[in-house]
Ligand binder design. Structure first.
Ligand code: OGA
Ligand code: ZN
Ligand code: ZN
Length: 379
């Protein structure tokens, strides 16, 4: 049974209101925050749902003149000095409480994994993702929790992976095109387009915003070698933080120069290899030795940067973190590019073809899709 939190008690303080919920939790809400987040139609446009209250003309010292619990604990009613009325449901207040806990973004939390902790590869059939909202939701949940999913039984033809990707976002065009073919090419502008080993990396760290989700669909695989690798960069970063907190801190602080260079492009961006989000949680890994430029951080930080990247790399390459498998024709490996690193073993192009088709989308659209399918797109 789902426990709904009712309001059991409210107490006014100078700057805030203290609310006791029937579930035993207690949360403080600032008066200014409550007034600013009034949900009435004068404060939020009824059609666009955008804020129309002008936050910056509210009295910074505002305090409600009257506050009461209504409707058997399901609502809080406030009256402001100018007579404006605000009402908030207990459920809304509970889910927006910012007192001691993180406010949920409506998504499952990431579950960092190593080869042993992962019971099996998260996987789902293409038919399920393409043909049902439930399947699409499960697919996005796997991507969010584990940072990857193996989609099976997608007919190994060009154009199919794009259809799959469009279920969860807009195709993200890059200097490799809207989509791209990964095979050993005579005139490669990227190590992926050769037959050599690709050590675990994240794609396109040289962009301001590297794509969030990458799709690689196996169309043909008769070559010897070429096994895929996936490594959870969040698990590696957590392990680094435990073993070598200084290296971890340095990697969240010191920018790395990433650079892609060919006849038409010179794309450069600086970013720390590990970035944390507004809650201090891991948000992004950028790591690609082949695309690391001539490092240009300050003299004083240069050794710390090398040491940090070396320590990260040492954990990254431990067998316990390297999930290895052969991607079969018809399978698609889909992963959060800014979390799960990918790579492949060298292959022998003389022994047979190996051909993948790839494209990217961004996480924000996929996460939005998940929330909409859950019915969370309400104020
Ligand atoms: C890529 C890549 C891996 C592979 O195209 O970005 O890393 O298995 N390919 O060929
Ligand atoms: Zn209002
Ligand atoms: Zn890659």
């Amino acid at each position: 049974m789902k426990i709904t939190s009712l309001l059991s008690k409210v107490q006014a303080r100078d700057n805030y209101l203290v609310i006791d919920f029937s579930t035993g939790e207690q949360s403080r809400f600032h008066w200014i925050w409550l007034r600013d987040n009034c949900l009435c139609q004068k404060c939020h446009h009824p059609q666009t749902l955008e804020r129309v209250v002008d936050t910056w003309s509210l009295d910074t010292q505002i305090v409600s003149e009257d506050y009461k619990i209504a409707d058997s604990g399901t609502n809080l009613q406030l009256t402001w000095p100018d007579g404006h009325l605000s009402e908030y449901s207990s459920v809304w207040l509970r889910s927006h409480s910012y007192d001691t806990e993180r406010v949920s973004d409506g998504l499952p939390d990431p579950t960092p994994w190593s080869v042993n902790s992962l019971k099996s590869r998260p996987s789902i059939s293409a038919q399920s993702v393409l043909g049902s909202d439930q399947g699409t939701m499960t697919f996005i949940r796997q991507l969010r929790e584990f940072g990857f999913s193996i989609v099976t039984d997608l007919s190994p033809d060009e154009g199919m992976v794009e259809e799959l990707a469009k279920r969860i976002g807009f195709l993200r065009e890059t200097h490799f095109g809207v989509d791209f073919t990964v095979e050993s090419k005579p005139d490669p502008n990227n190590v992926a387009y050769t037959a050599i080993e690709l050590k675990a990396h994240t794609d396109l760290p040289n962009l301001e915003m590297p794509p969030g989700i990458q799709f690689l669909h196996c169309l043909q695989f008769d070559a010897e070698g070429g096994e895929s690798i996936l490594v959870d960069g969040f698990a590696v970063a957590e392990q680094l933080k435990k073993e070598n907190p200084t290296a971890f801190d340095n990697l969240t602080r010191i920018p790395v120069l990433y650079r892609f260079l060919d006849k038409e492009w010179d794309l450069r961006w600086h970013s720390p290899a590990i970035r944390l989000d507004h809650n201090g949680q891991l948000e992004e890994i950028r790591y690609h030795t082949a695309l690391t430029g001539a490092l240009d951080t300050s003299f004083d930080d240069m050794e710390a940067l090398y040491n940090g990247l070396r320590a990260f790399t040492e954990i990254l390459r431990r067998p316990e973190y390297e999930l290895k498998f052969k991607l079969m024709p018809g399978e698609v490996m889909v992963f959060q590019n800014r979390r799960v690193l990918h790579g492949r073993a060298a292959f022998d192009p003389q022994s047979g073809p190996r051909k993948l088709r790839g494209c990217y989308v961004d996480c924000d659209q996929a996460w939005s899709k998940f929330r909409v399918l859950q019915g969370l797109n309400k104020l």
